[in-house]
Every structure is written in C-alpha cells, then in structure tokens.
Design a binder for this molecule. Structure first.
Ligand code: NI
Length: 272
C-alpha cells in the first residue's frame, strides 16, 4: 500500500529536532511521497533542503500563501517567478495560493491580485495549483472561473495548458463541493477534518464527491486527525484520513490509498 500526503509543511521549524523520525514514521505508515507546499520567501530554502535530502520522496511547490502577503508581495512573487523560469526547476506545482479572509479583509485586493498572478503561472508554466481558501469560497470560485480555459478571453496570458490542481483542505457544504467538482481537472484535498466527531464532511463526501476526485493530505503541523487531534500533525497520520475514507465509502483501506495516489499523480505529473 502506498499513500501520497499531498500537503505537508514538515520543512517547518516544528520538525527541526526530529525530521528523520518523522519521515521514517511516514514511510512505516505506507506514505511513499510527500508534497511540500511553499508558504513565503523564507520557507523556500528549508523546503528545498528537505527535498534534496529525500529525493523521490519529498517534492516542492512554489507560491505565496494568502496569509503571508505583506507590503513586499510583488518583489516576493518576482523572485519566485525567476525560479520558475529556470527550465530545470524542481517544483511540481504552484502553491499554496488562494484567498484567506478569516482574520482580516484588509489586504482584500492584494490577495486577489496575487492569486490571479499565480494562477497565470500555473497556465504559463503548465503546473497544477494548490488552492487554499478560508472564508472566501465565492471570491475564489469567481477568480478560478475567470482564468479557466473556456473563458480564455479573460485570460491575459493565452496558453494551451488547462487549469488543474487541488482545492486544499476542503470542508464545505454539498453545494460548495458540487461547485468545485465542476472544475473538471481539480481534486478536493481531504485531511484531518473528516475524522472530527462533529464534522459534516463524511456525509457531504458520501453524497456528493466520488473517490476519484479526492486526494489525501495532512497539512502538517496543523489539523491533526483523530486520535491525534490537538497535537502536532505529521505525514504518518495521513493514514487515519485514508482509514476514515475507507469507512465512509465502504471500500478497503488499500483501495482508498491506491485511488487517491493515482489521483495525486494524475494531478501532479512531475512527481515521479
Ligand atoms: Ni498548508
């Protein structure tokens, strides 16, 4: 059995003391690849360092997280795009990017602009997106729609590639799920929330989301699944998500692992 954790920040300081054990435990749990979404300018080096230490196991993406947008965001994006222009770049996707109005709408326009620019990278460099959304479902859907290929007139940088990727940490309603599934080349990223006792996500998934549209993720060090809830999350715990999905869909754990891994590789073809 092989599982792909499609969203894990194990390059972070929280793991500095025991990263070797964290990776070992992930492998023991059946994880055979971990995707590492970038956050900001400072996280690029530790992320790439971890990928160099575990080639063929850890894979980096590049992008600026909406919560990390500050006054210098244009310079940060310019520096990131320079890396993408190198045809030998190691990045398997653009992320994590998106909109987050949970704490503040102060940088509403900057977040929208940065998101749009980074969607253009996905098209121009032919990479999948990892999209983070919090308290911004409507706005996020509108931006992705406006950049989608059937809306090419609005897409300033014309390109033959299509938008693909993951709606990371999905935990919305049936209606929201349907809206996201309408983007035919996107997966829903399912993590620890699905294991929480009061979560409505199991019902939403069972009724609305086929297993062939799901990838699994931890979002380590956050969002640890039951029975680790409240603790530091790590990639090994993605197994608890896979087990919960097996229960929800009434299939074996290894079937969930296989289908979600195939979905992940289909979406991130550079992760080979
Ligand atoms: Ni994340």
């Amino acid at each position: 059995m092989t599982i792909i954790d499609t969203h894990s920040h194990i390059y972070g300081e929280e793991f500095r003391e025991d990263i070797f054990e964290v990776v070992t435990r992930a492998k023991e749990a059946g994880v055979n690849k971990i995707f590492l979404p970038n956050i900001n300018a400072a996280s690029i080096s530790p992320m790439l360092e971890l990928c160099r230490a575990y080639p063929g196991f850890c894979y980096p993406t590049i992008g600026l997280h909406p919560e990390d947008i500050a006054d210098d965001w244009r310079e940060v994006l310019a520096e990131m795009e320079t890396r993408l222009k190198d045809t030998n770049h190691p990045f398997i996707g653009v992320g994590e990017v998106g909109l987050d109005y949970y704490w503040s709408r102060e940088l509403y326009e900057e977040q929208q602009e940065a998101f749009a620019i980074q969607i253009d990278w996905a098209l121009e460099y032919n990479l999948p997106l990892i999209i983070h959304t919090r308290d911004a479902h409507r706005e996020m859907v509108e931006i992705v729609k406006s950049k989608s290929p059937n809306n090419k007139s609005l897409n300033s940088k014309s390109s033959n590639s299509k938008l693909t990727g993951v709606f990371h940490c999905f935990s919305g309603s049936e209606e929201e799920a349907r809206e996201l599934l309408d983007f035919p080349d996107f997966m829903l990223g399912i993590g620890g929330v699905v294991t929480f006792k009061k979560s409505k996500l199991p019902e939403v998934l069972r009724s609305t989301v086929p297993l062939n549209r799901i990838v699994v993720e931890t979002d380590s060090p956050y969002m640890a699944p039951v029975p680790y809830r409240g603790k530091r999350n790590e990639s090994a715990y993605v197994k608890a998500v896979v087990e919960k999905l097996a229960e929800i869909y009434g299939v074996s754990v290894s079937e969930v692992a296989e289908i979600t891994s195939n979905n992940a590789l289909k979406t991130f073809p550079r992760a080979i």
